[in-house]
Design a protein around this ligand. Sequence first.
Ligand SMILES: NC(=O)c1ccc[n+]([C@@H]2O[C@H](COP(=O)([O-])OP(=O)(O)OC[C@H]3O[C@@H](n4cnc5c(N)ncnc54)[C@H](OP(=O)(O)O)[C@@H]3O)[C@@H](O)[C@H]2O)c1
Length: 349
Amino acid sequence: MSLPTETKQYILANKPTDLPSLSGPSPTFSLETTPLPPLNDDQVLVQTHYISNDPAQRGWISKYADPKRLYVPPVPQGAVMRSRNVCEVLDSKTPRFSKGDIVLGNPGWTEYAVVDASTLQKAEKVPGLSETQFLGALGLTGITAYYGLTEIAKAGPEDAVVVSGAAGATGSMVVQIAKHILGCKRVIGMAGEEGKCRWVESLGADVCLNYKDEAFKERLKKETEDFVEVYFDNVGGEILDLMLTRMKRHGRVAACGAITQYNKSKQDGIKNWFQVISMRLEIRGFIVFDYMDKAQQAVGTLVKAFKEGKIRLGDENETIVDTKFEDVPGTWMKLFEGGNTGKLVTKLV
Ligand SMILES: NC(=O)c1ccc[n+]([C@@H]2O[C@H](COP(=O)([O-])OP(=O)(O)OC[C@H]3O[C@@H](n4cnc5c(N)ncnc54)[C@H](OP(=O)(O)O)[C@@H]3O)[C@@H](O)[C@H]2O)c1
């Protein structure tokens, strides 16, 4: 088969202020076909097979993002939308990679790309697991869950842990790590559907509450009647506000994400701030990139726990969506509609 000379790509056309728009007069992304540059020394030509979908990508394209207040440079208007991908090497001008290698890299929403070999890592092989796990449970979201619990919340056997977004990529790993690796005494999840809640319980949560249910607040109050030591916050907004009233004295909040706010032009406020003072709470934000120097340690622990049967990884903790390249933005948007259980992965077909 001859090598491709051009590629389809999604370009950031208009920075969104609220929900990204996939059509209409001011679409967030535009589909373009671009010639591929020639391959230089130390470069490889890759083909994207899988794309990681991350709520964080919404922050990188926000009209309101102040580069001085962001942890990575924003995606510039007119640039290819940034993403982490699993790719196959089609051609190589480096001894590090050969044709056919499966690699992890950040070429973005593109079918093909010519990239520097230094930006790629070979996908490890774990028997019984697909390489897509390195986009989720054994990649950034698993590492986020691990260090969010161990370094930020400092969770252990004495602690009851509540986690929001519990059926998502990060949350489902928080549940499993808290229960089966750290031995936390009680784990309470929150998710947006009954079916998701039952899955979270099957992973080890003592209970998982549907935050869309009318009785949610009452049930949360009951399930946390002795209050909790740790809250792992993936959502921010009203649920974070509510959780401030359910924390024990000296409780710790790991501020991981605020997906309820990402598509809002005006952020919700916190009404229960005095709880932080009266209960001497510790709220600590973190970004997984701060822990990349010890990422392998976390991945090693998770792989070991998987091999020992302590945690469950596999098809059930991924939602892999077969996607034509044209529909790549639509699959990403499923994150904001609760369209995933475990890690949302785009499979290009
Ligand atoms: N600090 C870090 O370094 C770091 C690293 C990775 C991720 N994060 C953060 O962690 C959170 C989870 O990320 P993820 O990659 O694991 O995604 P994810 O949880 O797999 O997917 C997003 C999930 O969020 C829930 N959701 C969407 N809109 C919501 C809303 N308005 N209110 C409440 N829940 C909503 C949906 O589940 P339901 O059906 O349950 O609503 C959806 O399935 C995000 O806030 C992300 O930014 C932070």
